[in-house]
Design a protein around this ligand. Sequence first.
Ligand SMILES: Cc1cc2nc3c(=O)[nH]c(=O)nc-3n(C[C@H](O)[C@H](O)[C@H](O)COP(=O)(O)OP(=O)(O)OC[C@H]3O[C@@H](n4cnc5c(N)ncnc54)[C@H](O)[C@@H]3O)c2cc1C
Length: 328
Amino acid sequence: MKAFEYAAPRTEAEILQVMSAEPGATEVLAGGTDLVGLMKKMLVTPDRVVNIMDVPTLKTIDELPDGSISIGAAVTLDLILDHPYLDVYPAVKQAIRGINSMQLQCQGTLGGEICQRPRCWFYRNGLGLLGTQADQGANQYHAILGNAGPAKFVNSSRIAPALIALDAQVRVIGPGEEDEAWLPVSEFFRTPRHDGQREHVLQPQQVVTHVILPPIAGRTCATYEVRDSEGPDYPLAAASVALRFDGFGIIHEAKVVMGQVAPTPWNSQEAARLLIGHAVDSQRAEQAGLAAVRMASPLSENQYKVQLAKVAVKRAVLLAAGQDPGGF
Ligand SMILES: Cc1cc2nc3c(=O)[nH]c(=O)nc-3n(C[C@H](O)[C@H](O)[C@H](O)COP(=O)(O)OP(=O)(O)OC[C@H]3O[C@@H](n4cnc5c(N)ncnc54)[C@H](O)[C@@H]3O)c2cc1C
């Protein structure tokens, strides 16, 4: 590991004072479950690590005056699982439960979960993130959507699809001490086009401080993951769905967001369109799944993910509608 300076700010203003404007010179340390491994492998080599876990404002879950729920970026995932304010957002809790490791849930934070680096094994083995040989083989866990450019990896966050389906926002501070922005989680992620770009839109001196979930306001939601084991591993495909029904069981609003299929969480408007104006039954859910993967362009070894992503959408729709999703 490269030697580095360590900073432990106590306030949001102090965080910004110790962040560098130079890309890669400072890294935020939250639970460290991802960052420390990357630093040990010298894939990330900051001059300074900024531990945000001693900043009290980043460690609370609060109800805002409009009924939104604000979750600090340094809140650990186990606290989110246990918190009664979040019972009305089962899609979020289901995604966290999927991690299926008490150690990771107790150590990993919400900010770290959405900012974690891709699990792409080319990247993790020092072969870079973009323009890798992923299009030629060993791509069974790579993207089936949004993969036309040099990015073939999938976004690793399990929780982000649920946050996007629920119209959540992130609060970002920096680069200046007075700077603060709220942006939809759907606009937080991007597909990098060159090596200097990250998988999110944060500038080097910007930090996520909170995730804000708007009031559930009558919506229902669910996350469904297709996994190859029960262990603490990433799903092969996942979907989070939020639905609003009218008084007659007809879907009035729908959001369908897939995870682990593209370099960003993948918001399928095609699937949402198929749901709006209809009641949910197995056939309608299946059609939504089909629509969600219609534009898929699998690589040489991940054709199977198309079927899994379709199933994930179908079952997330059924779960969100309070119906038996089938399966195991
Ligand atoms: C063995 C193992 C298995 C894992 N399995 C899973 C799994 O099954 N599912 C899963 O989802 N995850 C898994 N993870 C990944 C990861 O541990 C978790 O997702 C965790 O939530 C990351 O949070 P953290 O606080 O530890 O992040 P850290 O490691 O502290 O940070 C991760 C990244 O986010 C950045 N960051 C952190 N907080 C902020 C912030 N507030 N603003 C800006 N940038 C920030 C850091 O600089 C770093 O680049 C696994 C990790 C390990 C080591």
